[in-house]
Design a protein around this ligand. Structure first.
Ligand SMILES: Nc1ncnc2c1ncn2[C@@H]1O[C@H](COP(=O)(O)OP(=O)(O)OP(=O)(O)O)[C@@H](O)[C@H]1O
Length: 457
């Protein structure tokens, strides 16, 4: 009979990409001690990484397979401590989400690809009054890092300043909760008068719903009127957010719009050195150069490779060598065969435990229709396929896809469980899709689309 450790690892193996499982979960030891289960990580950074990236899945596995046990996360052997960043301000001055202590200006590597965005954010810290900034970039290029760094610096440098940091989804959820609970005035009070600077992360995720968009437009009018600073981050530029009302799009375009580009070779090398230094390591220059040549685009992926490499060397008790780096890169190299659509469909089917063929069936049972809607949602999000082409993949028409996208958006707001599940799936998909990204560099250098003068509207 498999032990609890084996069962939990099997549970995770089924749901994680093979390389993530191998590097992060396989070295984990699970020890049962009466009513407790100790999760023993080989070192601090692997514990932190698993907590941050797979914590929810691990908690889900424990709840399913050992609901009566209390879990304890411990570290077997301490590696050089990562630089601890003390927060020099009162956390209560942050409304909304907690800022990540890692996301500071000091930890942000500046290069040609992001210098303009960095400077614009620094300017907001110098004089936040009336500043409106819209940061746009593909996933993993530092939008959240930079917007949170700006938040940290403002809180540190401007005494008494209150910051509200929300994702677009948080905004929508809070708005809906306030509406249901008859607390709209309190909601407005907190957002409109309770903060001096509003950071709205992932604004492209504002749902295509009149009410939410209307309330956001009203909030922005008020904040702009009061000359408060507002910072947006988004995967897309305002004019590309076609699901938004034109009046909201125009408000989003009211300030300076800055694009962050994928990191160039020199910046990638600096990022690799910095990420390794954070773990207390200095990588050999040939390893830095090799990784910088092979890993382009998404910085999350570069970071993950550096941390994975160091974790691997530490587990094997070997120094980091070019050979080890080659092995790691070979593992995360583009998979053979399947295209984005297939990767997405396979991942959704795995997560919902159904067969891909069932998605194409005419069944309207929830067990099938819900994952079908989720697959449509992610195909829309991660591919350039038209609504009609997405529908065709499931023997459905364009209107069914529109309905499915709306149904998923509604459920993301109304059900925490569903949202967690999709957030997890999205994380997994981002990881898998990054693997089959084109390794060629995209055009480099800063690009700015000024909506207005830096401080003006
Ligand atoms: N210039 C940089 N210097 C150092 N680390 C960086 C830089 N840019 C991004 N990173 C790191 O890359 C990871 C992803 O960054 P971040 O979360 O800010 O990306 P994002 O653009 O907000 O992505 P998404 O759209 O997927 O949310 C983070 O761990 C961040 O610290």
């Amino acid at each position: 009979m498999p032990s609890l450790s084996e069962k939990i690892k099997d549970y995770l193996r089924e749901r994680l990409p093979e390389s993530a499982f191998r590097v992060w979960i396989r070295p984990l030891r699970l020890e049962e001690e009466g009513s407790r289960v100790r999760l023993v990580f080989p070192n601090t950074f692997s514990k932190e990484w698993v907590e941050e990236n797979y914590g929810r899945l691990l908690a889900e596995a424990l709840e399913c397979l050992a609901p009566e046990k209390e879990a304890e996360w411990v570290v077997e052997e301490e590696t050089p401590a990562p630089v601890q960043l003390a927060l020099p301000y009162e956390p209560a001055r942050v409304l909304g989400r907690r800022l990540s202590p890692r996301f500071t200006f000091e930890e942000f590597v500046v290069g040609d690809c992001n210098r303009l965005a960095y400077r614009v954010c620094r300017r907001v810290v110098e004089d936040p009054r009336g500043q409106i900034v819209y940061l746009t970039a593909e996933s993993g290029l530092g939008k959240s890092h930079l917007s949170q760094a700006l938040g940290h610096a403002l809180l540190k440098e401007k005494e008494g300043l209150r910051l509200c940091y929300l994702t677009a989804r948080d905004f929508t959820t809070r708005l809906m909760q306030a509406l249901r609970g008859g607390q709209m005035e309190e909601f407005k009070e907190r957002l409109w008068r309770g903060c001096d600077v509003l950071v709205l992360d992932e604004i492209h995720q504002i749902p295509p719903r009149d009410f939410t968009q209307g309330e956001l437009a009203l909030a922005l009018d008020h904040l702009y009127e009061e000359e408060k600073a507002v910072v947006f981050t988004s995967l897309r530029r305002p004019h590309e957010l076609s699901h938004l009302d034109s009046s909201l799009r125009s408000r989003l375009s009211a300030g300076v719009i800055v694009r962050i580009n994928p990191p160039d070779y020199e910046t990638r090398k600096n990022i690799i050195r910095r990420k390794a230094a954070r773990q207390g390591y200095r990588l050999p220059e040939e390893v830095v150069e090799f990784l910088a040549r092979r890993l382009r685009g998404d910085i999350r992926r570069i970071e993950s490779a550096v941390v994975g490499l160091i974790a691997r060397a530490s587990l094997l008790r070997e120094p980091v060598t070019l050979q080890l780096a080659r092995e790691l890169v070979a593992e995360i190299a583009p998979p053979e065969g399947p295209d984005r659509t297939e990767i997405i469909i396979q991942a959704v089917c795995r997560a919902f435990h159904i067969d891909p063929e069932e998605l194409r069936s005419s069944s309207r049972k929830k067990r099938i229709s819900e994952p079908r809607q989720v697959a449509m949602f992610f195909l829309r999000k991660f591919t350039s396929k038209s609504l009609a082409a997405i529908g065709e993949r499931f023997n459905r028409d364009h209107a069914t896809v529109v309905y499915a996208l709306q149904a998923v958006e509604r459920k993301l707001v109304s059900s925490d469980r569903f949202r967690y599940r999709l957030e997890y799936l999205e994380k997994e998909l981002r990881e898998s899709l990054r693997l089959e990204e084109d390794l060629e560099d995209r055009p480099e250098g800063p690009e700015e689309t000024p909506g207005a003068a830096l401080s003006g509207r």
